[in-house]
Design a protein around this ligand. Structure first.
Ligand code: HC1
Ligand code: SF4
Length: 563
């Protein structure tokens, strides 16, 4: 086996294609701003510089390992080089750290501390640039940009959108949409993946925390929370809870302390979505029209389709997302009570997703012309609220959500991972509701991290071809193949974010590959622990279909599509 020497350690080369990966394998967390294992190598930030035994200094992310190399990661030269990089970055950076959204989570702040920059010798002569607040999902603050290009490459390479890019030259360089337009006027879908990789607060989640506190503290308002499936397996990461552990019960307890009046599980509405969407699939298969049926629960995907592939918009399911179904259902449920108690019900969704903030503003999701979900707050925002109150999250006793919307199937809960919607729909369509069949469906090929998964199932006398895709760049490639007639499907599940909602733009920033797997495993574990696994065996939902939602399905659960 070939080796290189890193400081004093011999490290085997086992297929790594850059020295940085070997350094990390050797247990040294070399700082970087612009290196991400899923993005192309840019080599711009220079923080990962190392020195070799001939005194050459180079970026380790863009250099291939050669057997016998001797690398030093912490020489005097390297130390002062890194300090200078940080000092130069800080010299043109707006330094309002104490009031910044990213305070305590900013990589620039952290690395300034780590490399020992205690003062900045250079003056900041840059004029303050106005913030772009036009998107309901994210905020762009050019004054905090360090030009690492992570957002540009994510938007282009992972999402295939290219809503932002570098503009101007030299010290005037900025990241912005073409012609400096507002983000809301671009093809940005609000997925927030740029904010996930941004090391500072140059791109951050647009927050609605203040509005939610205002509602909670108003006694005339009934504040109802719905908790999305993916939130439960990520929120604990910010409170020393083991990675991927289901913190749903702790979150419910925290929301009660904060003053929410009713707390429900969005997985209930995911069961509802399965019922409506599988009905729609059966009808389209019967008539052989508008196939493939594309899922509609991911707003980033819906917007991408409208922007880039309008020819496929009729193929998208008419179902609202689980969030979009749940809010009008709950408002309808409390209608009379609100009148009797002289109260107003406000719906707050707790979501892993930044695009959900845009979904609630779409008139095709309104009921009787009114917005159903009042506010969406992301996992990150609810973490901030918990910390504001001082709740010791990890010490909370778990509590159950409120009835009747606390009852959900495991099929509804796995919606948060890629393939979960499809698996839940297959459970609904299965005639055999046995435990054994659940296992068989789980092995059918829709689970896992592969970017495109395909499977075929037999429904009645028909073979139904299914694809599951996540990440919008990959989705675009799949749509091109469908258009070219190279592949054909009857049902396609699309999630804008790689690996599904568990990696949504509103989740706590992730630390390496371990978290991704942990979150996915956590949802499948929650499914196994559910008393109800098949969405169509949800007794509360089945009762409601016979009673209070009977005849209202179209009005409350489907989009108002005006041609
Ligand atoms: Fe999702 Fe969905 S699974 S879109 O990823 O269909 O956000 O978690 O809430 O609405 O249920 C997100 C997650 C979420 C919806 C559901
Ligand atoms: Fe691109 Fe998504 Fe960021 Fe918009 S939110 S700029 S689409 S990565």
């Amino acid at each position: 086996m070939d080796y290189i020497t890193i400081d004093t350690k011999r490290v085997p080369i086992e297929g790594e294609n850059n020295i940085l990966s070997l350094i990390r394998k050797a247990g040294i967390d070399l700082p970087t701003f612009c290196y991400h294992s899923e993005l192309s190598i840019y080599g711009a930030c220079r923080m990962c510089v190392v020195e070799d035994d001939r005194g050459r200094i180079f970026a380790s992310c863009s250099e291939q390992p050669r057997p016998g190399m001797v690398i030093y990661t912490n020489t005097k030269k390297i130390q002062s080089y890194r300090r200078l990089i940080i000092e130069l970055l800080l010299s043109s950076h707006c330094r309002d750290c104490t009031t910044c959204q990213k305070n305590g989570k900013c990589s620039l702040q952290e690395l300034a501390y780590r490399v020992g920059v205690h003062a900045v010798r250079f003056l900041n002569n840059k004029k303050k640039i106005p913030l772009d607040m036009s998107s309901p999902s994210i905020v762009r603050d050019p004054n905090k940009c360090i030009l690492c290009g992570d957002c540009v490459r994510t938007c282009d390479e992972i999402q295939g959108i290219g809503a932002i890019d570098f503009a101007f030259r030299g010290s005037d360089t900025q990241v912005m949409p073409a012609f400096n337009r507002a983000l809301s006027e671009t093809n940005c879908v609000g997925c927030g993946q740029c904010a996930v990789v941004c090391p500072t607060a140059a791109i951050s989640v647009r927050t609605n925390v203040t509005e939610v506190w205002d509602a909670i503290t108003d006694p005339a308002i009934r504040v109802v929370a719905q908790i999305a499936p993916a939130v439960r397996v990520a929120i604990g990461e910010s409170f020393h809870v083991a990675r991927g552990e289901n913190s749903f019960g702790k979150l419910v307890a925290a929301l009660r302390v904060m003053g929410f009046d009713e707390i429900y599980d969005t997985s209930f509405a995911a069961d509802l979505t399965v019922m409506e969407e599988s009905k729609e699939l059966a009808e389209r298969l019967e008539k052989s029209e508008k196939l493939p049926l594309f899922t509609s629960c991911c707003p980033g995907w819906v917007k991408y389709c409208e922007n880039h592939y309008p020819e496929f918009t009729d193929n998208i399911s008419t179902c609202r997302s689980p969030q979009g179904m749940f809010s009008p259902l709950i408002k309808d449920y409390f209608k009379e009570k609100d009148i009797n108690e002289n109260k107003k019900t406000i719906m707050v969704s707790i979501m892993p997703c930044t695009a959900k903030k845009g979904e609630i503003l779409r008139p095709d999701n309104f009921t009787d012309g009114k917005q159903d979900t009042d506010y969406v707050i992301t996992t990150q925002e609810v973490i901030r609220m918990i910390k504001q109150v001082g709740i010791q999250f990890e010490q909370l006793e778990e509590e159950a959500a409120d009835m009747p919307f606390a009852v959900a199937s495991g099929g509804g809960t796995i919606f948060g991972a890629t393939g979960g919607v499809t698996e839940a729909v297959l459970r609904k369509l299965a005639k055999d509701k046995s435990y054994q069949n659940l296992k068989e469906i789980s092995y059918i090929g829709v689970r896992g991290e592969e970017t495109v998964k395909e499977t075929t199932v037999t429904l009645g006398d028909r073979e139904v071809k299914i694809a599951v895709v996540h990440g919008l760049a990959e989705t675009g490639r799949l749509l091109e193949r469908i258009k070219a007639g190279e592949v054909s499907y009857d049902f396609v599940e699309v999630m804008a974010c790689r690996r599904g909602c568990i990696m949504g733009g509103g989740q706590p920033p992730f630390a390496g590959d371990r978290t991704k797997k942990g979150r996915m495993d956590g949802l499948y574990k929650a499914d196994v622990m559910s008393n109800i696994r098949y969405p169509d065996e949800n007794p509360v939902l089945n009762h409601m279909y016979q009673t209070n939602i009977k005849g209202k399905e179209h009005k409350l659960f489907h989009r108002n599509i005006v041609k």
